[in-house]
Ligand binder design. Structure first.
Ligand SMILES: Cc1cc2nc3c(=O)[nH]c(=O)nc-3n(C[C@H](O)[C@H](O)[C@H](O)COP(=O)(O)O)c2cc1C
Length: 397
């Protein structure tokens, strides 16, 4: 099989692959637009493969690798991150090039043995160590928990390229374009933020630490393991990751409701209408049973206002809403103004649960809540309008 590789600079090639078959990333997050697993090959005085791809795509990777290397041997395989979407093909590469030296940190070595039973031919690197490739040198910086404990990045002193593993990556297959100046960023921005909010955002504190650590480098290009190669404006993706990891949000409101028979959605419609009357331009409304939580939290990460409404189900939250609340907590989402509402028919429970959630997440909570019995009354809808007005007031404050 002869598949496409793309030259990035002299002796540096993109040999990543696209995956449009997998439905769910981590068997959980929808890949409506696919994903790329990026791998890079240096073929200068020494040869080095930087990260591999998911095992389902190993043939494609090996074909590109051998296509460029020809009779040359592979000197190094640098492992920036051990999550199987990048480490899955390591064993196949080692089988093909048994003399290759694997490069990683102490935790990488531990995972290599635990995942794949691989020992030996390993070069351990620590913070600030360099790997001499003859005509260029890679220097390593540890970025623990961006996205796993062993995660690390490397910086190429010759072309000033940062190999950033999951950091600065995004969802979305590379449908022809590889570089940031070739892509339609309107599409990729949302997919990149969805990747951030779904996968990396939980570790925002560590992302901030990594950005601070890398500030001193003069980065001219970023090669992540997902999404486009940032050769034109690497500062753009650094700025966005900086903004998202600081929980810096835009003016707007995400309304999410859970309903079985429509009563709770009537309340949501009222809230949305009043927000519009109050001058809020960005209003995103979702039925929690229909839109996957992945897309909802992408919007929640973007906007400061969050209004959650739920019907009562077995004394508590409607299960899909319970799942959303769990994911918001799990991903450690912060810096929101929160309003809640709900409905019930006998003893209630949904609004009480949403209040409980508000207490755990330290959001700016709008105290005037409303819980309608069965179908909302005019008074209930007036109270919904009050939540919307208070939200608009706080957003504009
Ligand atoms: C399966 C099921 C379980 C429910 N459990 C409760 C409950 O535990 N407590 C309660 O007060 N209402 C309960 N309800 C009533 C609904 O919460 C109530 O009718 C609500 O207004 C429905 O809102 P919706 O029209 O937006 O779906 C339940 C309804 C269903 C269908």
């Amino acid at each position: 099989m002869n598949t496409l590789s793309v030259k990035i600079t002299d002796n540096l090639h993109y040999i990543g692959v696209n995956d449009r078959e997998t439905h769910l990333f981590e068997n959980m997050w929808p890949l409506d637009n696919g994903i790329s697993y990026n791998s890079y090959l240096i073929d200068g005085e020494k040869t080095a493969l930087l990260d591999t791809v998911k095992i389902t795509k190993v043939d494609n990777l090996l074909s590109k690798l051998t296509g460029i290397l020809g009779d040359r041997k592979l000197d190094y395989l640098v492992i920036h991150h051990m999550e199987p979407d990048h480490s899955g093909s390591i064993k196949s590469v080692v089988d093909m090039y048994p003399e290759v030296t694997l490069v990683g940190n102490k935790k990488t070595q531990d995972f290599l043995e635990a995942f794949y039973g691989i020992t030996g031919n390993f070069l351990e690197v620590k913070e600030g160590d360099s790997l001499d490739l003859g005509d260029r040198k890679l220097t390593f910086y540890m970025t623990p928990m961006v996205h796993w404990p062993e995660s690390m990045v490397s910086f190429d002193d010759k072309d000033k390229i940062l190999f950033s593993q999951d950091a600065f990556g995004g969802f979305g297959a590379l449908d022809g374009p590889i570089f940031d100046d070739e892509i339609n960023w309107d599409f990729y921005e949302s997919e990149t933020r969805r990747y951030y909010s779904n996968i990396v955002g939980k570790h925002s504190k560590q992302v901030q630490m990594a950005i601070k650590k890398l500030e001193k480098l003069e980065i001219s290009m970023i090669c992540p393991v997902h999404g486009p190669v940032w050769r034109s404006k690497p500062e753009k993706i650094i700025e966005l990751y900086d903004k998202w990891s600081k929980y810096d949000t835009d003016e707007g409101v995400v309304i999410v409701y859970g309903t079985m028979y429509g009563n709770t959605s009537i309340m949501a419609e009222t809230i949305a209408r009043v927000l519009a009357e109050e001058g809020i331009k960005n209003i995103k409304m979702y039925d929690v049973s229909k839109t996957h939580v992945s897309h909802i939290i992408n919007e929640v990460w973007k906007y400061k206002g969050l209004i959650l409404g739920s019907c009562t189900y077995n004394n508590g939250l409607f299960p899909p809403m319970k799942h959303l609340v769990n994911v918001i907590q799990m991903n450690n989402m912060r810096n929101h103004i929160l309003g809640v509402f709900g409905s019930y028919s006998w003893s209630g429970g949904a609004v009480k649960s949403l209040r409980g959630f508000a207490e755990t997440c330290e959001y700016d909570f709008i105290e005037n809540v409303v819980e309608a019995k069965c179908s909302p009354t005019v008074e209930d809808l007036d109270k919904c309008a009050e939540i919307a007005k208070e939200m608009a007031k706080r957003l504009k404050a």
